[in-house]
Design a protein around this ligand. Structure first.
Ligand code: UDP
Ligand code: MG
Length: 346
């Protein structure tokens, strides 16, 4: 066969590893263009093959429109858009499901995670690490309340969870194809991805970084969503709260026994006795409270079993742009995802 340098070059280019970047976006019209510029700068510097998968999580502003125009001008860009807002963790999951890369990097759209760290992540991956996660050493421009509660949360969940979850990490991380394939086989609904990645194991390492302030726009994580996310994290990584119910049961029974002994001693050996309705009401209320708390904790788990048992798709995709037709079904059959409309760019 005659030597064909161009064919060889073509083969070499295809065997070169592909890096995928997954960016969840919800109402990010103010930042998305700048994010794309900074990502592209960093990735072209890396001199390898790359793709950027933007997941529009049912934005109500011009985010999808901007993403479509970015995609039309750049063949490395893929866009998935959800039929409605499914939440940050679902957007990240969809990106992971559809990314084709040998390494997949998750990054927020608001430039709080510096894209420039991607180079160091890729270097660690080339050294042989399967997961390289960014660890926040400082957080600029976030309220004292947010920083303090986040610190507390990571320490608390580590006391409860059987799997150690690295302190002060977000979803900004690189994962090897091996880890991504395992994640794609984890069908749970309450997705606490940073915990799920810790559970997977393999070789993991941390890269410290300074978390910048948001480039523009406001946080899409109000207190309500933060509390729900923290609860998901704890309940999907620990059953210790259920044990708390047993502990509280023993404690209240112990208190009751002490009360009975006290009443008996007074009655039998002194001329006093316990009287009045105050004690009665207090003990009834106390017991009622403890029982309701225990019911609530059990209810949280039962509710999760209920929504898990419905086996609904995790997210619905309204539009997929820039995916190659032959790779699409492979990504889809991993999980019951529904694509309602498809427009293929490349
Ligand atoms: N996000 C999303 N869906 C949501 C909320 C947030 O895809 O329902 C995205 C958002 O666009 C951003 C990332 O998740 O890229 C992190 O959100 P944000 O920066 O608002 O959270 P914070 O950094 O304030 O905790
Ligand atoms: Mg942010």
């Amino acid at each position: 066969m005659p030597y064909s340098p161009s064919l060889d070059q073509h083969r070499a280019a295809l065997s070169e590893p592909l890096i995928s970047i997954v960016v969840p976006c919800f109402n990010e019209e103010a930042v998305i263009q700048e994010t794309h510029r900074r990502l592209t700068d960093t990735l072209t510097d890396l001199e390898g093959r790359y793709e950027i998968v933007y997941v529009d999580d049912g934005s109500r502003d011009r985010t999808l429109y901007i993403l479509e125009s970015i995609q039309a001008a750049d063949e490395t860009v893929r866009v998935l858009s959800f039929s409605r807002n499914f939440g940050h963790q679902m957007a990240v999951s969809a990106g992971i499901d559809h990314a084709q890369g040998d390494a997949v990097i998750l990054i927020d759209a608001d430039l709080q995670d510096p894209p420039e760290l991607i180079r160091a992540m890729v270097e660690k991956w080339r050294e042989g690490y399967d997961v390289v996660y960014g660890q926040r050493h400082s957080r600029e421009g976030e309220s004292y309340f947010k920083v303090a509660t986040a610190r507390l949360f990571y320490r608390f969940i580590n006391r409860l969870s059987d799997v150690p979850i690295p302190l002060d990490t977000g979803d900004f991380r690189l994962m090897s194809r091996q880890v991504v394939n395992v994640l794609k086989r984890m069908p749970e609904r309450d997705r606490f991805i940073r915990g799920m990645v810790s559970w997977v194991g393999y070789r993991q390492c941390a890269l410290p970084y300074e978390r910048a302030r948001r480039y523009a726009g406001v946080s899409k994580y109000p207190l309500r969503k933060m509390v729900a996310f923290a609860t998901d994290g704890i309940l999907s990584f620990s059953i210790k709260p259920l044990r708390l119910a047993t502990t509280m049961g023993f404690l209240t029974s112990g208190l009751a026994v002490l009360g009975i002994l006290y009443a008996l001693v007074l009655r039998l050996w002194t001329s006093y006795w316990v009287s009045g309705w105050t004690l009665l009401i207090i003990s009834v209320l106390f017991l009622g409270g403890v029982q309701l708390i225990c019911l609530g904790i059990i209810g949280e788990y039962v509710g999760r079993i209920y929504s898990e048992s419905k086996r609904r798709p995790l997210y619905l995709i309204g539009e997929a742009l820039g995916f190659k037709t032959d790779t699409e079904p492979a990504a889809l059959d991993q999980r019951p995802t529904v694509i309602m409309r498809n427009r293929y760019g490349t």
